[in-house]
Design a protein around this ligand. Structure first.
Ligand code: HEM
Ligand code: CU
Length: 589
């Protein structure tokens, strides 16, 4: 598509402020610590998210050691297992993936890709990061608080999340978890407003919505969703905090515990489940949509071909985002709700498969006859597509009430969601880091270490989670630290559990190699130049690498075309940057 209209948008977005009006930091502190530059904030977000993610990784090792070798690791008590599990799940979903995709990639990429000098409200953007950091610290504090962190499971279902039998329930654990989530949501809202307003109001001249790279579409839609979904979690957390601290009964029914009547009466635990999953299901797509967008850009760039069906891709992203607000109760098929209700949610759930499959077809058609370079970002992108399809297929099983009921709360579910929202988005995170690290640091990540990292992570993830489907199918329940000698559990399950644990350690080790690569390459990586992947989007067309404060030189780039002009016949090179006014001989095609 050669679409060259210099003033396509016919409007001058407000972000096009003169150099003079841009906020400039004056000291080291305001430049690197309390920075208002979205690029610095992005790195702060990403660094913090990866640090806390490492904690979640170690927790998964501890759980796996207990599951694989219960006798050797008998010192890991069931209480500790529940605490590790809860913290692992919550950290991975919220504090790592959400923070990294939106706070990390969102901050770095949105202003650069839309051609803005920075986010629209840089000060609020800075606050967003620091509030996120407080949320993380409060969460970490629960490891050191009396009673330790909560072991209620990442879903925090009442009443057990605040009754005394649950680790951290009668102590500080659950309080710190709820407070941390509340703080996280406040911080996220501050960042989220920035991402939305910058995309809507901060685009440079010619950057129409339909010329935005899909990465921006993914992050933008996910942010809008998060701004609508997080409030449900917010109120649920506040109400539960009241139940726990001042003895209100929003979610607490009358309970007799050890022969004693608790001071609660008349609340509805199911109400909490509705609120939680009204947030919880969209959360899956808050993580997945940025991944969809990024993968689209990675495969287009590294296959030197335009993305197939751009408009369809945009509408699929928006459609999936909207639909995912009406499927939440598929997490509650076994909660005792009316069966007809289940049919409604099964139907909406399966309808999501349509736009999702459409995206997969379009990725494949983009790759079809492309000039595929098996670079590391491309390998991770391909790994994502395979894994996402895989997890999506088991999702079709679980979306149907009659199949879900027997599989509910088995390891099959654990295998499914790790594939679809654990492994798949993490592969995109890695692909994206290999892709954009050269812009952030000016250097390439080491290729050999990168290939090692990819193959061990990709194959290892399958070796971990594939057998887990089988373990679930034979009926092994999730959230059980130990199976003991149970009649229905065949011996193969024990062998497989040992095998999975060893693979989890191996995959974890590969992540340490990746961390080493990240640090080592800052100084020793190969010089990247400004645009090592010969990509079209604006972040690669900056004056300096890393881009200076204010992103672009004196003039903001003028956008003439969409982001996918690769291998255009007759062009000088096999890519045409978005700010290149080139036209084919003889005018418009
Ligand atoms: C090497 C990678 C990983 C391993 C070995 C691993 C392992 C585990 C294990 C053993 C459990 C407990 C299952 C149970 O007893 O029910 C678990 C739960 C969970 N994991 Fe992972 N995990 C990994 C990565 C991830 C990632 C990347 C995510 C991000 C979405 C994630 C999200 C969760 C969630 C949400 C739970 C549920 C916690 C709960 O039931 O309350 N995990 N994981
Ligand atoms: Cu769901």
């Amino acid at each position: 598509m050669v679409d060259v209209t210099p003033h396509g948008a016919d409007l001058i977005p407000p972000a096009e402020v003169g150099e003079m009006e841009l906020y400039h930091p004056h000291s080291w502190w305001t430049k690197y610590v309390f920075s208002q530059d979205a690029k610095v904030i992005a790195i702060q977000y990403a660094g913090t998210a990866m640090a806390i993610g490492l904690v979640a990784l170690v927790l998964s090792w501890l759980m796996r050691l207990k599951l694989g070798f219960p006798d050797t690791f008998s010192f890991i008590s069931p209480e500790a297992y529940y605490q590790f599990m809860t913290m692992h799940g919550m950290i991975m979903v919220i504090y790592l993936l959400t923070a990294l995709f939106l706070g990390g990639f969102g901050n770095y990429l949105i202003p650069l890709m839309v051609g803005a000098r920075d986010m629209v409200f840089p000060y609020v953007n800075m606050l967003s990061y620091w509030i996120y950091l407080v949320a993380v610290l409060v969460l970490v504090a629960s490891f050191f608080a009396p009673g330790g962190p909560t072991g209620a499971g990442w879903t925090l279902y009442p009443p057990q999340s605040i009754t005394s039998g649950t680790p951290g329930g009668q102590d500080w654990g659950i309080i710190l978890m709820l407070v941390s989530l509340i703080i996280f949501i406040i911080g996220f809202t501050m960042g989220g407003l920035n991402y939305v307003v910058t995309v809507l109001q901060g685009r440079t001249r010619g950057m129409t919505l339909m010329r935005l790279p899909l990465t921006v579409w993914g992050i933008f839609t996910a942010t809008v969703m998060a701004l609508l979904a997080f409030p449900a979690l917010f109120v649920a957390c506040v109400m539960m905090l009241f139940d726990r601290i001042i003895g209100s009964s929003f979610f607490m029914p009358a309970i007799v515990e050890m022969g004693e009547q608790l001071p609660h009466n008349g609340g509805s635990p199911i109400m909490f489940q509705h609120l939680f999953w009204f947030f919880g299901h969209p959360e899956v797509y808050i993580v997945a949509l940025p991944a969809f967008g990024i993968v689209s850009d990675l495969i287009s760039t590294h296959a030197r071909k335009n993305i197939f069906g751009y408009r369809m891709m945009v509408w699929a992203i928006v459609g999936i985002g909207a639909l995912s607000f009406v499927v939440w109760a598929h997490h509650m098929y076994v909660s005792g709700m009316h069966p007809y209700f289940g049919f409604f949610f099964a139907t909406t759930t399966l309808v999501i498969a349509v736009p999702t499959a459409l995206k997969v077809y379009n990725w494949i058609l983009t790759l079809w006859r492309g000039d595929i370079h098996l670079t590391i970002p491309m390998l991770f992108a391909l790994g994502f597509i395979v894994t996402f399809v895989n997890g999506g297929l088991t999702g079709l099983f679980l979306g149907n009430v009659v199949v879900d009921v027997p599989l509910s709360d088995t390891m099959f579910v654990v295998a499914h969601f790790h594939m679809v929202m654990g492994v798949a988005p993490i592969l995109v995170v890695f692909g994206a880091i290999y892709h954009w690290y050269p812009k952030v640091s000016g250097r390439m990540l080491n290729e050999t270490l990168g290939r090692f990292h990819f193959w061990v992570t990709f194959l290892g993830a399958y070796l971990i989670f594939f057998p887990m489907h089988y373990i679930g199918l034979v009926g092994v329940p999730r959230r059980y630290p130990e199976l003991g000698e149970t009649a229905f559990v065949p011996p193969s399950v024990h062998t497989l559990n040992e095998f999975i644990t060893i693979m989890a350690l191996v995959v974890g080790f590969a992540q340490l190699v990746f961390l080493f690569n990240l640090l080592w390459s800052i100084r020793h990586g190969r010089d990247a130049g400004g645009n090592p992947w010969r990509a079209t989007t604006l972040e690669w067309q900056t004056d300096g690498t890393p881009p200076p404060h204010g992103n672009f030189g004196k003039e903001l780039p003028l956008v003439y075309r969409w982001a996918y002009d690769y291998s255009v016949p007759g062009a000088r090179e096999d890519f045409i940057p978005q700010n290149d006014p080139w036209q084919p001989e003889g005018g418009r095609q």
